[in-house]
Design a protein around this ligand. Structure first.
Ligand code: SF4
Length: 83
């Protein structure tokens, strides 16, 4: 489970979010690059390589791309319950 109490500070507001790398529960981003390689329109990396949501999905295909990235995160750092 992602941790919506420890969101990356650069996430845009909305449903999808990335968990901050400093999260102590083990769900923090490990900067693997999967999400921002899979869905670069929605996920970007900060200066340290950690991911944040740069654009929330609107269209169905955008939502599907974000969901696929979320399900591909190896440490379950991405959540979709951010609202
Ligand atoms: S897939 Fe997960 S661990 Fe990898 S960069 Fe994205 S949020 Fe971080």
């Amino acid at each position: 489970m992602a941790n919506k109490n420890m969101k990356h500070p650069q996430n845009v507001a909305g449903k999808f979010y990335c968990t901050d790398a400093n999260d102590m529960s083990g769900q923090g981003c490990i900067s693997c690059g999967v999400c921002y390689s899979m869905a670069p329109d929605h996920f970007q990396s900060d200066d340290m390589g950690a991911a944040f949501v740069a654009k929330q999905p609107v269209a169905d295909e955008e939502k599907a791309a974000c969901k696929e990235a979320m399900e591909s995160c190896p440490v379950s750092s991405i959540g979709d319950d951010g609202e």
